[in-house]
Design a protein around this ligand. Structure first.
Ligand code: NDP
Length: 337
């Protein structure tokens, strides 16, 4: 079998970093994309960052359709399944994102199994770990924790990530497939081109004043380079089978993210957005389901255990400040000019 790696959703923010790192290591990569234009986008990234585009070939397929999966996984030693819907705005239905997320994951795993791939690494999320649990400031969330889909305080994206990841573990158990998951916090860090993913778009929105007020929320932040590297180490590491790796460089408030972004580029970020008082969020929660979800998040910190990332994969994650600054600088370079 060749050393080829299948990367699904190769045109995504995180996946482009994975493809770039693999190609720089001389590993041939097959990427799945939704259009020929997206494949060109990935090749352009490889050229721009001095990596050989000849090591990358692309196939078009969709998470919601059966066609193309077997061909995609053929002759691949590993599958890195990153593709999943990650919209900047949540849909109205709690389960709306589940079909592409879960069924796409099952298609990827089934193709990997039939092709005899050695390991599958699924890009999950901390959203599949810490939603819907009671507020307990002393609690540290770790690889044994699973979000509670039945909770009213869980957003549709987190539902989709939880259901998809649990479906993957079900298949791995049933067929003895070697599986690891990477569970990143909010992923920031440099973009490789001007096509920003959802998480990078949040920072772009701050600069464009499309986020006018900042609620008192705190979240973990991961650097995209650490997230990409974690996939590549987990794919080959003998002790990574059956493990879930949280990637986070630490927790920060939304206000401190905005302050770091402003320090990195005072011109783009201008005056700080006003704080949104938590009492207002709680009052609004009575009439708005969106604010009800936000109300479950304000004034609490969900701390994350990154011991498996450090001890098994040997990765010391970059700090949130490095991730924020490098993202701001890359947006300036590719988008704001
Ligand atoms: P992007 O939106 O940049 O990437 C998502 C990828 O999934 C894109 O390549 C997209 O294709 C593809 N995709 C979405 N829907 C479909 C579909 N129906 N069929 C085929 N492909 C599809 O986001 P990220 O790179 O940030 O996300 C990658 C993964 O990381 C996702 O699984 C996400 O849930 C997870 N994650 C992300 C975090 C973050 O903060 N960024 C945090 C934790 C987890 P296209 O390019 O054509 O749109």
């Amino acid at each position: 079998m060749s050393d080829r790696v299948l990367v699904t959703g190769a045109s995504g923010f995180i996946a482009k970093h994975i493809v770039l790192e693999l190609v720089r290591l001389g590993v041939p990569v097959r990427g799945t994309v939704r259009s020929a234009a997206k494949a060109q986008e990935v090749r352009a990234v490889l050229r721009r960052h001095d990596a050989d585009p000849a090591l990358f070939d692309a196939l078009e397929l969709d998470l919601s359709r059966d066609e193309g999966w077997e061909e995609a996984a053929r002759d691949c030693r590993y599958v890195l399944h990153t593709a999943s819907p990650f919209p900047a705005r949540q849909p109205s239905g709690k389960f709306d994102l589940v079909p592409p997320a879960r069924d796409g994951t099952l298609r990827a795993l089934s193709a990997a199994r039939r092709a005899g791939c050695e390991r599958v690494v699924v890009t999950s999320s901390v959203a599949a770990i810490f939603y819907g649990h009671p507020n307990d400031p002393s609690r540290v969330f770790g690889e044994g924790d699973v979000s509670r889909v039945e909770s009213p305080a869980i957003m549709p994206y987190a539902v989709s990530k939880t259901v998809a990841e649990q479906a993957a573990w079900g298949v791995a158990r049933e067929y003895g497939l070697s599986l690891s998951t990477i569970n990143p916090a909010l992923v920031l860090g440099p973009a490789l081109d001007g096509v920003l993913g959802t998480s990078a778009t949040l920072i772009d929105w701050m600069a464009r004043r499309r986020i006018p007020v900042l609620p008192d929320v705190t979240f973990g932040i991961a650097d995209v380079r650490d997230v990409a590297h974690a996939h590549i180490v987990a794919m080959r590491h003998p002790d990574a089978n059956g493990r879930r790796f949280i990637v986070s460089g630490g927790e920060r408030t939304l206000r401190s993210v905005a302050a770091t972004a402003r320090e990195a580029n005072p011109k783009a970020f201008g005056i700080a957005p006003l704080p949104l008082p938590s009492w207002l969020v709680h009052a609004g929660a009575r009439v708005s389901p969106q604010l009800a979800m936000l109300a479950a998040e304000v004034d609490r910190v969900k701390r994350l255990d990154t011991t498996p990332l450090r001890d098994v994969l040997g990765i010391a994650p970059r700090s949130p400040e490095v991730a924020i600054r490098d993202l701001v600088e890359s947006i300036r370079q590719y988008k704001w000019k």
